[in-house]
Design a protein around this ligand. Structure first.
Ligand code: SF4
Length: 441
């Protein structure tokens, strides 16, 4: 047991750099469809279980091994680092997961791994863990498994029928940066598994995101090496019912926010990703290919999450957020307010007349409040008091709206004046990252 605790301290610590552990969207196991066993992926509420550092805390988040034959510049586990190397056996990790679950420490498993031997060998061991948990131990809790870049389609496919979510990290925003910082990985070794998982999700009855987030514009080379091995029968358990996600490191390479957000938009469209996670680069290695030691760019990460929300829920397109030759999001303004100030002539918007899409473009009005405004209008008599009850953030929205032609307070004629009024106070210092501060704005 002492040996297991030692391994856990090393492999749990080594897993903490992966931010893509959210667990939303899973259903099925532990319900009427899969009675018996222990745990349930559906009603446990684990998708909102975040630690004080913004990370999910109810999953056992661990590597199968930190042995790795690759040498990615930014990674603590790269083969050239002199760190203690340990591996769990399949049985050890299965027993640990079940033991933690029974003690109520965790509600699921987030399993990643260094690449020990070759991608197929590693993927096969990860498959053995999840297969054992589901088939032998009746574990119905949430399972998120990393797909190993370069692993064969058959192994990724089989793993996906035991997992709730899978992810393959794109890591860096351009092929050039991947070549410099992670030379053993390639664009196709990452995008190929993404395309495969998307195909399998759809063939298993998965749903595509609504337009405009799903269009099929994959280049043939992305899928060439990953033909779908077989179509599952209708009775098979769904393939990764919680979908797939990915993670991008921000600040380890020179790409702009524009490049990052455009790439994220492309991933949502092409592969139906549930989430793209942005992880502020944390220096753990001395390497001339990397930026020097410094604080992780948490505020940049936070702005990228806000821009990502605009893509996914507010019907923005990436190109709208980067007008002219602007490459980066503004640090002191959230991207929606920055867009509103750049398009000041479109305001004020009258709350009694504006359509849903226009409401979504008003700073201080979120998706829920926009729906409530539409409902309140149908019920008749929308005024500023009723507006406040819809959840609109008036201290932000008041500069952009009228109600029945009346302003809440006089508008500054000059957007620069408004900019000063709306500029964010600095984010509070966070002990970890800001990645989960996904407040509607
Ligand atoms: S393959 Fe993964 S574990 Fe190995 S060095 Fe690269 S990032 Fe680290």
């Amino acid at each position: 047991m002492k040996d297991i605790a030692w391994k856990l301290s090393i492999l749990g610590d080594a897993a903490k750099y992966d931010a893509s552990c959210a667990s939303s969207g899973s259903t099925g196991r532990g319900t009427a469809a899969a009675p018996g066993g222990v745990g349930s992926a559906a009603p446990s509420g684990i998708c909102h279980a975040w630690g004080t550092d913004g990370r999910c805390i109810s999953l056992l988040k661990v590597l199968l091994t930190n042995v790795c034959v690759y040498d990615c510049a930014y990674c603590i586990n790269r083969r050239s680092n002199d760190v203690p190397r340990v591996s769990f056996s399949v049985t050890e990790l299965v027993d640990l997961t079940i033991g933690f679950y029974r003690r109520n420490y965790i509600e699921g498993l987030f399993l990643s791994s260094g690449i020990a031997g070759d991608p197929d060998h590693t993927m096969a061991r990860m498959l053995a863990v999840v297969k054992n948990l589901r088939s032998e131990r009746g574990f119905n809790g949430y399972i998120h498994v990393k797909a190993i870049p370069g692993a064969s389609a058959r192994l990724i496919q089989e793993t996906g029928y035991y997992a709730d979510r899978m992810s393959v990290n794109i890591e860096l925003p351009s092929e050039e940066s991947l070549r410099i910082l992670a030379p053993e990985k390639s664009r196709s070794s990452v995008l190929g598994p993404m395309a495969l998982m998307d195909d399998l999700s759809l063939s298993g009855g998965g749903k595509r995101l609504p337009s405009p987030y799903r269009i099929d514009e994959r280049a043939p080379d992305m899928v060439r090496d990953y033909p779908v091995p077989y179509r599952p029968s209708r009775s098979a358990h769904p393939f990764i019912p919680a979908g797939q996600s990915t993670q991008m490191i921000v600040g380890a390479s020179p790409e702009s926010d524009s490049r990052i957000i455009r790439l994220a938009e492309g991933l949502y469209r092409r592969f139906g990703l549930k989430r793209v996670y942005y992880s502020a680069y944390i220096p753990v290695n001395c390497d001339p290919r990397l930026p020097g030691a410094g604080k992780p760019p948490l505020k940049r990460e936070h702005r990228l999450y806000q821009a990502d929300w605009l893509l996914r829920f507010y019907r923005f397109r990436a190109e709208e957020l980067f007008s002219g030759d602007r490459g980066n999001l503004e640090e002191d303004l959230d991207p929606k307010t920055a867009w509103a100030l750049a398009n000041y002539g479109l305001y004020p918007v009258d709350m009694r007349k504006a359509d849903y899409d226009t409401l979504l473009r008003v700073p201080g009005i979120g998706v829920i409040s926009a729906r409530r405004i539409m409902d309140a209008r149908r019920a008749g008599g929308l005024n500023f008091d009723a507006l406040k009850k819809t959840g609109v953030v008036m201290k932000r929205a008041k500069f952009f709206i009228t109600c029945g032609g009346r302003a809440y307070e006089p508008f500054p004629d000059n957007p620069l004046v408004l900019r000063n009024l709306l500029t964010d106070a600095p984010l509070p210092t966070l002990p970890g990252r800001s990645s989960q501060l996904e407040l509607p704005f």
